[in-house]
Design a binder for this molecule. Structure first.
Ligand code: NDP
Length: 252
């Protein structure tokens, strides 16, 4: 049976990917940094529908915690065959000349280094050179990597642009190991990260929606649908791809 880890999946996009994956027969490990109750609720929803899910705490930016996370998945579900690097946080929401470097460092560690750390330990389970049978990695970037987030979150945008480049390099590095690596760039999706940001910067949501040709935010299910495609054999000839799921916001 296929085993999936979705980082940062106690709510929002990650939780929906877990629900969809479990419905498609994956054994799923949810992950969170501090929201145990929310993660347990998602696990309960999945189990109520006959799916297999566990929830494990680990800060993706802390390699020791990630090592423990993967060991527990090995024991409780078996070695993973799918990884979604989804955990992400915002920066302080300021212009660069006013940025809080401490908060930005923390953001880069979670959004960017966290994805590297989790991929490192996933590859040790998936790659042929380690005796694995291959797998699929999906990195969650952001439309911000293309529009740059001027005046509010250039640091966040740059942390996600690094994820785009990480996807391209890693896909080439792992192709002969049976591992496909792809990336999703969601646009505005009304999860906690965006709702919180819109509360602090009410003008931002109007500004965003003016630029989105489809004229509305995404549903989490619409983003999760694309993640499921990239995890599945339906995308067996796709690696190193970056898929915009942003209502046309930053599409060429
Ligand atoms: P949410 O804020 O709803 O959820 C974020 C999740 O990440 C939570 O489960 C949170 O759990 C977890 N998390 C945060 N920090 C860590 C950490 N250090 N280690 C492990 N888990 C952590 O976010 P979304 O669902 O909206 O976003 C998911 C991804 O999509 C993010 O990478 C985000 O940048 C990206 N994205 C979102 C967009 C949007 O409009 N919503 C647009 C473009 C991209 P806990 O509470 O326990 O910390």
């Amino acid at each position: 049976m296929k085993v999936l880890l979705v980082t940062g999946s106690s709510r929002g996009i990650g939780a929906e990917i877990c629900r969809q994956a479990a419905a498609e027969g994956w054994k799923v490990c949810l992950n969170y940094a501090s929201s145990a109750d929310e993660a347990d609720q998602v696990v309960a929803q999945i189990r109520a529908k006959g799916g297999t899910a566990i929830a494990l705490q680990a800060n993706v930016a802390n390699e020791d915690e990630v090592i423990t996370l993967f060991k527990r998945i090995d024991l409780e579900l078996g070695p993973i065959t799918g990884l979604v690097n989804n955990a992400g946080i915002n920066g302080a929401g300021t212009r660069v000349d006013e940025m809080n470097i401490t908060l930005s460092k923390q953001m880069f560690e979670v959004n960017t280094l966290g994805a590297f750390i989790c991929a490192k330990h996933a590859i040790k389970r998936m790659a042929k050179r380690y005796g694995g049978n291959g797998g699929a990695i999906v990195n969650i970037s952001s439309a911000a990597s293309k529009h740059g987030g001027p005046f509010t979150y250039v640091d966040y945008a740059a942390s996600k642009a690094a994820i785009d480049t990480f996807t391209i390099g890693l896909s080439k590095e792992q192709a002969d190991q049976g591992i496909r690596v792809n990336c999703l760039r969601p646009g505005i999706t009304m999860t906690e990260i965006s709702v919180d940001y819109a509360k602090q910067h009410p003008e931002w949501l109007d500004w965003v929606l003016l630029q989105v040709p489809l004229g509305r935010p995404a549903e989490v299910s619409e983003v999760a649908n694309s993640a499921m495609f990239l995890l599945s054999d339906k995308s067996s000839y796709t690696t190193g791809a970056i898929l915009d799921v942003c209502g046309g916001w930053v599409s060429p």
